[in-house]
Design a protein around this ligand. Sequence first.
Ligand code: SAH
Ligand code: DHB
Ligand code: MG
Length: 227
Amino acid sequence: MTEDCWLAVDRYITDHLVSSDAALESALQVSAAAGLRSINVSPNQGKLLFLMAKAMGARNILELGTLGGYSAIWLARALPAGGRLVTIEVDPTCADIARQNFLREGCADRVDLRVGPALEVLPHIEAERLGPFDFIFIDADKVNYPHYLAWAIKLSRAGSLIVADNVVREGAVADATSRDAAVQGVRRFYSVLAAEPRVTATAIQTVGVKGYDGLAVILVTEGSEAG
Ligand code: SAH
Ligand code: DHB
Ligand code: MG
């Protein structure tokens, strides 16, 4: 099984099930033209986020790691009228592009984009009582995943769903000796997750246009007071 095969199948799935549209395509084009890295979720992954958020009726969504706003647009599309997406991005250049993409998509009124390091922004989100969030997508710097998981649980209620991207890292996650700080961050994330009594979780390996990686899905079973 080669990467060519993964690409062909992702294309096949996307051609059949993920209708392309101008706003999503232009979000990627504008991001690429501005020199942003193409590390957004794939179209079929974006649709998976949309389906999960939609299926649970999420009205209040939190995202860590906006990039150019591609996954945020998928998440915003899952919101009912009056719903809100808060998305956090450290890089002001990315945030500017994302803002343009939200305007073009027509979701800017539903998206609250915060610029800064997530660990500095999250306490403000808590202080402003913007939670609890129904659905949380963790996709910022992998080194801080253990902290993001703790914050996600803090800003959740019983029944909230947390999804974390990039939890397999080409299989490196199973290598305890890895010197990659991102891999060690993701490994600590699993340790925290395993020891956390307020959640039940799994993770799934994925292949496709994003290479070999994976997604964690975490159901919060016990709410936090701060949520
Ligand atoms: N969710 C996006 C992709 C995010 S890529 C999509 O699928 O479309 C990861 C993003 O996290 C990058 O834009 C990076 O700038 C951002 N990031 C990295 N460190 C961060 C931090 N400490 N706080 C917030 N965002 C961060
Ligand atoms: C990287 C980040 C991501 O969120 C992703 O999905 C793929 C790669 C990265 O920082 O390399
Ligand atoms: Mg990612």
